[in-house]
Write a protein that binds this ligand. Structure first.
Ligand code: PLP
Length: 441
């Protein structure tokens, strides 16, 4: 039968009918180990009893009340819980329905903050190459991945992209890791000076770059220097933790590992853990106060933002992460996963780098390990790995353009926090077979 679904790509996909723990099952009864939580979403696995119960209970109480008229108990509870654990200075939570919405809200809030504080000339956004901030036009403009931007370039507002803190690709041999991090951070200062400091609105970055570079944490000292530069020039620091936050990298908020606090932070993915579409934009007290004492309200909003069902799911998820000590589990299992990947690929002729933090890990494929030369993008190696992995019964998240936005292939791994050591072994051996199959094609 012809499908009327406007899918992501050509060809038919298996139908997912059931999820249990770390596994998804299709309508043919095939099992798939979810080694990437889809796209770093399903952090509690697919059958968490507490989250399901919270959604059911909320549905039986109240499903929807428009935020223009009412607040709701689950939204208030979620905001309180997030702020209890948020980075220093972060005080308010704006609930949305996903990551791109959260990034759009962050960009608009940064702009409105400068208007409220008498700096209307500040409108420029600086971001990093090889970053991903979402697919809506504002978030896409912020993102620094060449092929994702290419088709829509005429529609994208000007964003200024600096080098990423991507050690494997950008550190020079003569540099220490620290020196490299300082050079990469100082690129922000150079760009601010080039553009004119009083025109810059904000700098946006992922603490651990996810989809487009494949689990790239910054080196030590980088974000501390970034924070100093932002403070020096009155530039707001927006951290996009849509993928790396909510425990994924071993901290509820990823920036904890870097020892800094942002002015605005975005979260999504692991916040709803796949049980509900939810994201959030969190802002510091001074930003909120500037709006409150200025025009009174943030000129933004969506019909479904702050949806009670999604908020109930988010609250149950964050509560589970905190009360079950899952951040510590992520740190421990992240080490187990890294060791398993090291064993499977440490000597592999076409694996150039194994990296990441917590349970967000990346495997970068290269044609030549010594020179780090990527494969010809025409080979579409990452797509072949994806199909071969599915045939093995493994969900992983491969992407292309890793090296420079055009060439390069990596596989992103982001399994549920409940993954066991035995399942980590299963993941590594299925991925190993999938990579070898793809390389032989
Ligand atoms: N920001 C980051 C860092 C992401 O990884 C993503 C999605 O992959 C987004 C934003 C966009 O989120 P969504 O797909 O929920 O709109």
């Amino acid at each position: 039968m012809t499908s009327h679904m406007f899918g992501r790509g050509p060809g038919s996909l298996p139908t997912a009918v059931r999820g249990e723990g770390c596994y998804l099952y299709d309508s043919e009864g095939r099992a798939y180990l979810d080694g990437s939580g889809g796209a770093a979403v399903s952090c509690l696995g697919h059958s968490d009893a507490d989250v399901r119960a919270a959604i059911h209970a909320q549905l039986d109480t109240i499903a929807f009340a428009h935020t223009g008229f009412f607040t709701s108990e689950p939204a208030e509870a979620l905001a309180n819980l997030l702020i209890t654990h948020a980075p220093a200075g972060i005080d308010k939570v704006y609930l949305l329905s996903g990551g791109s919405e959260a990034v759009e809200a962050a960009i608009k809030l940064a702009r409105q903050y400068h208007l409220e504080t008498g700096q209307p000339q500040r409108h420029k956004l600086i971001a990093r190459r090889q970053s991903y901030h979402g697919n809506t036009l504002g978030a896409l403009a912020a993102g620094g991945n060449a092929w994702r931007r290419q088709k829509y370039a005429p529609l994208l507002v000007d964003t200024h992209h600096i080098m990423p803190c991507f050690e494997y690709r950008e550190r020079q041999d003569a540099e220490s890791r620290w020196e490299f991090g300082q050079r990469a951070a100082n690129a922000l200062e150079e760009e601010i000076l080039r553009q004119g400091p009083d025109t810059i609105m904000a700098f946006i970055a992922e603490p651990v770059v996810g989809a487009t570079a494949g689990a790239v944490p910054a080196v030590e000292g980088y974000f501390k220097r970034i924070r100093q530069i932002c403070d020096k020039y009155g530039v707001l620091l927006i951290l996009d933790e849509v993928m790396c936050g909510m425990g994924r990298t071993g901290h509820l908020f990823a920036s904890e590992a870097d020892g800094i606090s942002p002015d605005i932070v975005t979260i999504a993915k692991g916040l709803g853990a796949g049980y509900a579409p939810i994201g959030a934009m969190l802002a510091s007290a001074p930003i909120y106060k500037a709006i409150e004492q200025g025009s009174g309200s943030f000129q933004h909003g969506h019909t479904y933002h702050g949806h009670p069902l999604a908020a109930a799911a988010g609250h149950a998820v964050v509560n589970a992460i905190v009360s079950r000590g899952l951040c510590d589990r992520v740190k421990a299992k992240g080490e187990v996963l890294q060791a398993a990947l090291q064993q499977a690929f440490g000597q592999h002729a076409h694996v150039g780098d194994l990296r990441g933090r917590g349970l967000l890990r990346g495997v970068e494929l290269v044609e030549d390990r010594a020179t780090k030369r990527p494969f010809d993008p025409a080979r579409k190696l990452h797509l072949k790995v994806k199909s071969a992995a599915m045939a093995e019964g493994l969900i992983c998240y491969p992407s292309g353009g890793t090296a420079n936005g055009q060439a390069g292939d990596h596989i992103l791994l982001a399994p549920p926090y409940i993954i066991t050591d035995r399942q980590i072994d299963e993941l590594a051996s299925k991925l190993s077979r999938a990579i070898d199959t793809a390389l032989s094609q």
